[in-house]
Design a protein around this ligand. Structure first.
Ligand code: ATP
Length: 366
C-alpha cells in the first residue's frame, strides 16, 4: 500500500510562492502526472514528496501517516531525475545491483532481480557494458531500471524523457506503462508534455503558477476543462477560445462575436441554458478544432462564415486557420482538405461540443 496525500501544501522561496495550497490525493498503485508549463511548481512538489525540500506549510501523508519529519532515505521512494544519476564508472549490471548490494540482499536474489529488470528495460544484452558507453536513451533506461529494482512503494519520475529523442520517448511511454503494471507501484510523473501525461497517467494534475488548476482523468481534463488555462494547455492545436457577448432578442439567446455574425442558439439547447444561468454578459466561448464541422456557405444551419487564412497539411489531417482580427478559428479536418486562401467557409459548432467560460475568472460555466 502506498497512497500519497498532499494537504494544503505550500512552499515559498523568499517572496516567491512555488507551490500554493496544493491538496491532492494519489491512490495506491495509481499513475499520476503533474503537468504544467516551466516554473509552475511541479519539481518543487516532487522534491517535497521525496523529502529533498521541506514544505513551508501543509502536510504530506503516505498511507494516511504524516511523514513530514521523515528524511528522504527513510521514505521508501525511488526517484528518477531528468539528469540520470548513474555511476558512469560502473557497468550496467553493477549500477542495477547497487541499491540491492547496499541493503545486503543475498547475491542470488540480486542476480535474479538484475536479470528481471534488465529484461523489462531491454538492457539484457548490455549488462556487462561500462555504463559510460551507453547511448543517451540507454542511460535513461538504466536510470529508471536502477531506481525500479529497489521496488520502492512510491516511484517519482521528474521529466525522465526530456533529454531523449522523439522516437525513443514514444517507445518509453509504452515501456513505462508496462513497468508500472509489472511492479504495481504508485507513480508520480512530472512533465510539461501533455501527450506524455495523457498517454501515461490514470489522473492528471494540471498546475499553473504553483496552483492546482484541475485534477482528473485524461478524458476529464480534455473533455471538461475546469477553466481557460486547462482548455488552452491541453490539446494540440489548442482549443479555440473567443470572447462573445450574450444578447437576447425576442426570447432568443445569442452569442455575438466581435466583427462577426451572431451565433443564434436554440432557447432550450445546452449552451443557451448555461448562458441564461450565468449572470455575465461577456463570456469566453470554446470549441476544440476537431469538434468544428466545415460546411458550404449555403448550409442553412447556424454557424459562422469566415475566410480561410492559412492551411497546414499535417499527414492524415489538415489544420485550417480561419478568420481575422478578434475572431480566429482553427479547424482540423481528417482528410486532405483543399481550399483557397481567402475563400469563405462556414463553420458549424455542435452545441454539445461547445464550452463556456467566465471571461473574468476563466472558470468553466457548467
Ligand atoms: P521546470 O519544469 O522548469 O523545472 P517546474 O514546474 O518544475 O518547472 P519548479 O522548478 O518547481 O517548477 O519552480 C517553481 C518556482 O519556484 C519557479 O518560479 C522557480 O524559479 C522557483 N524555485 C524553485 N526552486 C527554487 C529555489 N531553490 N530557490 C528559489 N526559487 C526556486
Amino acid at each position: 500500500m502506498a497512497s500519497i496525500d498532499l494537504i494544503n501544501l505550500t512552499k515559498t522561496f523568499g517572496p516567491a510562492t512555488a507551490v500554493n495550497d496544493l491538496t491532492l490525493n494519489v491512490r495506491d498503485n495509481e499513475f499520476v502526472a503533474l503537468l504544467g508549463p516551466s516554473g509552475c511548481g511541479k519539481s518543487t512538489t516532487m522534491n517535497m514528496i521525496a523529502g529533498i525540500e521541506h514544505p513551508t506549510s501543509g502536510e504530506i501523508r503516505f498511507d494516511g501517516r504524516d511523514i513530514s519529519g521523515l528524511p528522504a532515505n527513510k521514505r521508501g521512494i525511488g526517484f528518477v531525475f531528468q539528469n540520470y544519476a548513474i555511476f558512469t564508472h560502473l557497468s550496467v549490471r553493477e549500477n542495477l545491483a547497487f541499491a540491492l548490494r547496499v541493503r545486503g540482499v543475498p547475491r542470488q536474489e540480486i542476480n535474479r532481480r538484475v536479470a528481471d529488470i534488465a529484461a523489462l528495460m531491454r538492457l539484457s544484452d548490455k549488462l556487462d557494458r561500462p555504463s559510460a558507453r551507453l547511448s543517451v536513451n540507454e542511460m535513461q533506461k538504466l536510470a529508471i531500471g536502477r531506481s525500479a529494482i529497489a521496488e520502492p512503494a512510491i516511484f517519482l519520475l521528474d521529466e525522465p524523457l526530456s533529454n531523449v529523442d522523439a522516437a525513443f520517448r514514444a517507445f518509453m511511454r509504452t515501456e513505462l506503462k508496462h513497468l508500472q503494471h509489472a511492479l504495481k507501484q504508485t507513480m508520480v510523473y512530472v512533465t510539461h508534455d501533455q501527450i506524455e501525461a495523457m498517454s501515461l497517467a490514470d489522473r492528471i494534475a494540471v498546475m499553473s503558477n504553483g496552483v492546482l488548476q484541475q485534477f482528473g482523468t485524461p478524458e476529464e481534463v480534455y473533455n471538461a476543462p475546469a477553466n481557460t488555462f486547462v482548455a488552452n494547455f491541453m490539446g494540440s492545436p489548442s482549443m479555440n477560445l473567443i470572447t462573445a457577448v450574450v444578447t437576447e432578442e425576442s426570447g432568443r439567446t445569442a452569442m455575438s462575436f466581435k466583427n462577426a455574425c451572431n451565433l443564434a442558439l436554440t432557447a432550450d439547447g445546452p449552451l443557451a441554458t448555461r448562458l441564461l444561468s450565468s449572470k455575465s454578459r461577456e463570456v469566453t466561448f470554446g470549441i476544440r478544432p476537431e469538434d468544428v464541422e466545415l460546411a458550404d456557405t449555403s448550409d442553412p444551419r447556424p454557424g459562422l462564415t469566415l475566410p480561410a487564412t492559412f492551411v497546414e497539411p499535417i499527414g492524415p489531417r489538415t489544420t485550417i486557420h480561419l478568420g481575422e482580427g478578434e475572431v480566429r478559428m482553427k479547424v482540423i479536418t481528417e482528410k486532405r482538405f483543399r481550399t483557397g486562401l481567402g475563400q469563405a467557409l462556414k463553420i458549424i459548432m455542435p452545441e454539445p461540443k461547445c464550452h463556456l467560460f467566465d471571461t473574468k475568472s476563466g472558470a468553466a460555466l457548467r
